[in-house]
Write a protein that binds this ligand. Structure first.
Ligand code: MN
Length: 199
């Protein structure tokens, strides 16, 4: 069994004028493809070949650094593309909005905490909104780690994810990571976040 690079649900230029077509194309067809190919190479001939990514991550500390890094890169980007939409932006609705307001006080306060986690993640990594029981939490991880890996400090079900590796913004925003984060909110696919929240 091998993992496959997923097709996007939208064209590379569909998130313009927020996320630019060139960055989307390189990010998906080069970076994500390389993670996928290298993940498959890293698991070839090992017992991980017959496991799901989630099963591998639950015991990722027992695998090689290549499995952890490229497996995370494969999986995290799958989530990230689904979590974006040309019809995105705005606010979540219903139970998800209520849960965010209950946890963080307001949607604006949640956005502010998530944006700060994304902006202050030192070096390459990701920002996440996760759910553990009835608790929502904003966390960040380094490199390609994620909150469903056994090595994660903060574990939970993943609801919302933002890539803050330089490759995700440098062509358009150069060093201005905060501008990229502000733009992200215009393309968040809240329907997908809600689907994950309801599990
Ligand atoms: Mn990336």
């Amino acid at each position: 069994m091998s993992f496959e690079l997923p097709k996007l649900d939208y064209a590379y230029d569909a998130l313009e004028p927020y996320f630019d077509a060139k960055t989307m194309e390189i990010h998906h067809s080069k970076h994500h493809k390389a993670y996928t190919d290298n993940f498959n190479k890293a698991i070839a001939g090992t017992d991980a070949e017959n496991k799901t990514a989630e099963e591998i991550f639950a015991n990722v500390s027992k695998y090689s650094a290549a499995v952890r890094n490229h497996g995370g890169g494969f999986y995290n980007h799958n989530l990230f593309w689904k979590n974006l939409s040309p019809n995105g932006g705005g606010k979540p609705k219903g139970e998800l909005l209520a849960a965010i307001e209950k946890q963080f006080g307001s949607f604006e306060e949640f956005k502010s905490q998530f944006s700060a986690a994304a902006a202050t993640q030192f070096g390459s990594g990701w920002a996440w909104l996760i759910k553990s029981g009835d608790t929502l939490k904003v966390v960040s991880t380094s490199n390609q780690d994620n909150p469903i890996m056994d090595i994660a400090k903060d574990k939970g079900e993943i609801l919302l994810v933002l890539d803050v590796w330089e490759h995700s913004y440098y062509l358009k925003f150069q060093n201005r990571r905060p501008d990229y984060i502000t733009t992200f909110w215009e393309v968040v696919n809240w329907d997908e976040v809600e689907r994950r929240f309801k599990g």
